[in-house]
Design a protein around this ligand. Sequence first.
Ligand code: 4CZ
Length: 244
Amino acid sequence: HSLRNIDELCASIVRSHRETNQYRVEELQALRWKLFSREELQAYQSKSVDEMWQHCAIRLTDAVQYVVEFAKHIPGFRMLSQNDQIALLKTGSMEVVLVRMSRFFNTENNTVFFDGKFAGAEIFKSLACGDLITAVFDFAHDMCGLKLTEQQIALFSALVLINADRPCLEDRGRVQRVQRSVELGLTHILHRDNQDNLMHKLYQRMAVLRSLCSLHMEKLRWFSQRYPLTAHSLFPPLYKELFA
Ligand SMILES: CCS(=O)(=O)c1ccc(CC(=O)Nc2nc(-c3ccccc3)c(C(=O)c3ccccc3CC(C)C)s2)cc1
């Protein structure tokens, strides 16, 4: 890998990250103090479990669509077989959504961007999965502590997605080669930013992401058993395809 290739790889991943985000950082910084009123909060909290799950699944699926677009523009991702691309998105897209959402977490009042405003954990009460919500908020808070730049987030997101250890890959070797080039890109960016020490912290966060996503899958299984109709006929098809 000549340095030129690595620079080009980083530039295309950063460009793709920027072009596939629903919101720009500046946009959401401006909304940071736009909070839900007590009435709005009560309206969310009085939704039934299945209503709130459906509401969130739709929004989560929106965010996942953008991650699919991001993946398609990662050099080397499109070279992989269709099956391997799906396998990587199945396990990685939620993780990238969590990394992206964490950028907009407001650590001063512990709120996350949801439905156009910033919401505290209590708004998700009717989901009846408090441990998942707490874990997501803790992760977002922790990620903010790393103060990653958009470029670092772009390369980290690509590395989260292109992971040769994922289950049911056809050509693990090929995924490994793409993963190694993205790893080189991330270490290159961190070295340039004089933050080599971040690399091992980011690998630690990848393990937390995996546990968050298995908790999400566990909650989804619990929900689908209790509300089969909602899960099978009212959730977005992409949500079912990727998570169910
Ligand atoms: C991701 C791209 S982005 O431009 O940053 C962006 C784009 C769009 C938004 C707005 C948005 O959809 N926010 C959502 N927030 C949460 C959420 C919820 C609980 C805690 C923390 C955040 C959503 C979820 O549905 C969710 C997310 C993670 C785990 C679990 C769930 C709920 C389960 C039941 C599906 S959707 C925010 C950020």
